[in-house]
Ligand binder design. Structure first.
Ligand code: R5P
Length: 289
C-alpha cells in the first residue's frame, strides 16, 4: 500500500502502477492556529510506503513525521519513505561560526521515523554516502543521470553538457559519457542567496549547450551559467535539472539569462516535469522488498 498526500497523488499512482500496488490518501486538516492533524484513509499492512517529496521542507517535514506515527499507530511495522527530493542536504558542515550541520539534524530525524528511505539525486558533497547523511536501516539514492542523458540524446543531439560548478563535476561527466557528448565545468562563486557568478576557463567549440544541475532554487546558478555560455558565443542554451524547486522569480531570471528550454525530472511537481523518475523509484522499491 502506497500512502500519499493529495499533492503527490500523481507520483504515488505512477509508482504504484509500475508495482501493481494500491494507493491510499493521507489527509491533512489545518487548524486555525497553524497546527495540522494527519489522518491516513486506509489501514496499512505490515509494510507501509509513504510518498512525500519534501520540497516545502518545514511544514512538510512535520506532516511527514506525523504521517509516519499515524502509520505506526495503525499497525505498520516497517515504513519506507519515498522522498524524491531531500532538503537540508547542502548544509553538510558549519560554513560560518554559529551555524548547525542541518544535514545531520534532518537525517537523524528522518532515521528516527523511517526504516528505509528512497530518494533521487540527493545533494551529497562532503558527505558522499546517503547512509551517512540519513542513518536509517536502508537508504537508497536513485540516479537520474541515465534518464537525463537519454533525454539529451533525443532532444539536444550534439550539445555540450555543462555543469555549473565543481560539485556537479562527477555527475555532469556521467551524463556526458552516457550521452557520448563533451562536457565542461564552470567555476561558481556565490555571494548571496540570489547573487552568483559562473566562469568557464576554456570551452570546447559548440553551438548548443545543455546546463545540467541537481537543484534550481533561486535560479541564480542556472542564470549565471547561461549568461557566461551565451557571452562566449554559444547560441542555444537549454537547462535540465532534477529538482525544480523554483523559488518566486526563479523561472523569469533563468529565461532572462537566455535559457531556451527548462526541463526537469518529476521529483517535485512542476510544469517543467518531462523526465519520469517514477519507474526508477519503483525499481528501487521493488529491490527493497
Ligand atoms: C549547489 O551546489 C546546487 O547544486 C545548485 O547549483 C544550487 O543549489 C542551485 O541553487 P540556486 O538556484 O539558488 O542558484
Amino acid at each position: 500500500m502506497i500512502h500519499a498526500f493529495a499533492e503527490d497523488a500523481a507520483l504515488a499512482r505512477a509508482v504504484a502502477r509500475t508495482l501493481r500496488a494500491r494507493c491510499a490518501a493521507v489527509r491533512v486538516h489545518r487548524f486555525p492556529d497553524g497546527e495540522t492533524l494527519i489522518r491516513i484513509a486506509t489501514p496499512p499492512g505490515r509494510h507501509a510506503v509513504l510518498v512525500s517529496p519534501l520540497h516545502n521542507p518545514n511544514p512538510r517535514l512535520v506532516e511527514t513525521m506525523l504521517a509516519a506515527d499515524a502509520l505506526r499507530q495503525a499497525g505498520a511495522q516497517r515504513i519506507t519513505l519515498i522522498a524524491p527530493y531531500l532538503p537540508y542536504m547542502r548544509q553538510d558542515r558549519v560554513f560560518e561560526p554559529g551555524e548547525p550541520v542541518s544535514q545531520r539534524v534532518m537525517g537523524a530525524m528522518l532515521a528516527r521515523w523511517f526504516d528505509e528511505l528512497i530518494t533521487v539525486e540527493p545533494h551529497l558533497h562532503r558527505v558522499t554516502r546517503l547512509a551517512d547523511a540519513v542513518p536509517c536501516r536502508r537508504a537508497e539514492a536513485v540516479s537520474a543521470a541515465p534518464a537525463i542523458a537519454d533525454w539529451i540524446v533525443r532532444n539536444a543531439p550534439g550539445a555540450l553538457i555543462v555543469g555549473p560548478d565543481e560539485e556537479s563535476r562527477r555527475w555532469t561527466f556521467a551524463i556526458a559519457r552516457r550521452a557520448g557528448l563533451e562536457a565542461a565545468i564552470g567555476s561558481k562563486h556565490r555571494s548571496g542567496d540570489r547573487t552568483v557568478t559562473v566562469r568557464f576557463e576554456k570551452l570546447p567549440a559548440a553551438r548548443r549547450a545543455v546546463i545540467v544541475d541537481d537543484i534550481a532554487s533561486s535560479g541564480a546558478t542556472l542564470a549565471a551559467a547561461a549568461r557566461a555560455l551565451r557571452a562566449s558565443g554559444i547560441g542555444t542554451v537549454d537547462a535540465v535539472i532534477v529538482h525544480a524547486i523554483f523559488a518566486p522569480g526563479a523561472r523569469a531570471a533563468i529565461r532572462r539569462a537566455g535559457v531556451r528550454r527548462i526541463v526537469s525530472c518529476d521529483t517535485i511537481p512542476d510544469p517543467s516535469n518531462v523526465i519520469r523518475c517514477a519507474p526508477l523509484i519503483a525499481a528501487a522499491l521493488e529491490a527493497l522488498r
